[in-house]
Design a protein around this ligand. Sequence first.
Ligand SMILES: *Cc1c(COP(=O)(O)O)cnc(C)c1O
Length: 426
Amino acid sequence: MNLYEMYKDAGISREVFDYCEVVLSDLNERFDDINKTAELNQLKVLKAMQKNKVSDVHFAATSGYGYNDLGRDTLEDVYADVFHTEAALVRPQITCGTHALALALSANLRPGDELISISGKPYDTLEEVIGIRESKGSLKEYGVSYKQVELTKDGLFDKESIKNAISDKTKMMAIQRSKGYLSRRTLSVEEIGDVIQFAKSIAPHIIIMVDNCYGEFVETIEPSDFGADMTVGSLIKNPGGGLAPIGGYIAGTKECIENCAYRLTAPGLGKEVGATLGLMQSFYQGFFMAPEVTAGALKGAIFAANLYEKLGFKVVPDGKEPRYDIIQAIEFGAPEGLIEFCKGIQSAAPVDSYVTPEPWDMPGYDAKVIMAAGAFVQGSSIELSADGPLKPPYTAYFQGGLTWHHAKYGIMMTLQNLVNAGIVKL
Ligand SMILES: *Cc1c(COP(=O)(O)O)cnc(C)c1O
């Protein structure tokens, strides 16, 4: 059977197949660059594993207190080496990205301190952590104040305003690398490094925390290479490589990480406790796979951008722009387009491909939201997934794909659905 016949069997028409092949034929150079980044990052991870003498004894399950969990401690050394930091905290007890960020903040801020976000509004879930939206247990409730410096209208750091915002009370600055689900630009590691240097030249003792979610291994450098005191992310995104079933990480200075450990477990206990319950092999193997998995997700994002741009839709980032995270936004301008797109992603999934996603009233949102995810790990967004709120401009946020060919097929299915529904004509 040739490739087209295989796709035909999988629901793809000749015209959709041909259209996609034409788009792909222009992407060789982009894909070569992504492969080079993956190659470099693969060696970086491999070298760290060899240096720390990773061995099968590190995969053994621990229970109870988890004292002397060699696998856990060595994994944290591996992360610290890859991120070029003094220390790291990588734990299944960190339940998600929001938890990792909340931990980094609350462990290093004290009553009377001030936190400044210098990349504008932070990710939605952090609003309650900080107390921008009233919430029990927020930093605000503990007497930590908060300021926000917006990015310029071009999406760049506003150094003048950052300088003016810094006061004697300023203890920490937060930077979010990925745009998340906002329409702003994603920030490059180089820009982040530049602003870190600027901030530290004004106030050397400020702690810089970078929300690195969706950014790991997209470039060959990480924010920690440029003086970020804490670099924070989720293991069910890029660094878990699709294999870690839970977890978060914080890589940073010895002092910051120690504070995080005391906050995660208990003062005095810190890093010494925390059994890993047999999850270590998936953490190691996922981290090992992560550069390649991230590369596949990036190829999918670039393919989708170029495909939908050619069809006349607004895409962010556009087909040519450099990438600093794995998220792709596509504006459909009407609910039907967004819905058919998500149905296409769902129908291409290895898990739950037979279910049809429907818009629903998700708590905390002011419009119905549609979500497509057929993932091995519940809610994992390094796996092929898409979602969007049912309100203008009807934007689908699309990310992930554990393999490039799965991402490709998922995107082809979205186009097939739009063609079948008469929304798009080829
Ligand atoms: C996903 C994400 C988070 C929060 O992660 P969860 O695992 O969903 O709690 C925070 N910031 C950014 C930029 C993200 O993409």
